[in-house]
Design a protein around this ligand. Structure first.
Ligand code: GDP
Ligand code: MG
Length: 223
């Protein structure tokens, strides 16, 4: 029988509009829509995935991203073992809010596993945050940075897999800063050689590949 061995409550935090609800739906349901309703209160979704030798039941908790604490938000933070701090490429305010989100998680949950996710890299042309700034933030907060795109399902799995591995003690918590670890920045897969591509080129390339694959899949369906 299917028996998850580990339950993992993960918070998805960040300012409104950065893509938290889309991220959770993409990971748990493999669906994406440009027009979800705004999240009201808190909500969560589950998915079981094998990580290493364990079945992990991911319970991803979503909020409206509102400030202030009340009994509902307290329940949200209670018992969480990890958090993804999400910001949007096109929203500088969401980037600048990252230290506050980190502190909020620290205050409520203690020093749990965390990672940064820069979402909406498909909109890199409208970026309000440079890659250097994002990397400096990751170093400052001592958290690993993933660049992703929920819309194209880029680096969505990687960030949750990383957190699960961190909790299982299989991943090391090093962040950006050294040449070796910056490899993880672009694609979240440690040790994958990226030749001489710059990080944003690498992200663009991955996006193009995703889009080409999606087009191929669509062509197959039409045939
Ligand atoms: N272009 C683009 N838009 C995205 C992406 N992820 C989410 N969005 C859009 O961002 C908006 C806010 O997403 P939502 O998940 O509701 O944000 P939340 O308030 O953080 O839960 C929606 O219109 C999404 O369609 C992405 O990767 N690329
Ligand atoms: Mg939402």
């Amino acid at each position: 029988m299917f028996a998850p061995q580990r339950e993992l409550k993960i918070l998805v935090v960040g300012n409104r509009g950065v893509g938290k609800t889309c991220l959770i739906r993409q990971f748990c349901r493999a669906t994406y829509s440009d027009d979800y309703k705004q999240t009201v209160g808190v909500d969560f979704m589950e998915k079981v995935e094998r990580i290493g030798s364990e079945d992990v039941k991911f319970m991803l908790w979503d909020t409206a991203g509102q400030d202030g604490f009340n009994p509902v938000t307290r329940a949200y933070y209670k018992g969480a073992e990890a958090a993804v701090l999400v910001f949007s490429t096109t929203d500088r305010g969401s980037f600048e809010a990252l230290p506050r989100w980190r502190d909020k998680v620290l205050d409520e949950c203690g020093d749990v596993a965390m990672a940064l996710l820069q979402n909406k890299v498909d909109l890199i042309e409208q970026s309000e945050v440079s890659s250097e700034e994002a990397e400096a933030m990751a170093r400052r907060l001592n958290l690993r940075l993933y660049r992703g795109c929920v819309r194209e399902d880029l680096n969505v799995d990687s960030v949750f897999t990383y957190l699960a591995a961190l909790i299982q003690g299989r991943a090391n918590k090093d962040t950006v800063g050294t040449e070796k670890s910056t490899e993880k920045v672009a694609d979240g897969r440690p040790g994958v050689p990226r030749a001489s591509l710059s990080r944003s080129d690498s992200v663009k390339l991955q996006l193009q590949q995703k889009q080409q694959q999606a087009k191929k899949d669509q062509d197959c369906l039409l045939m």
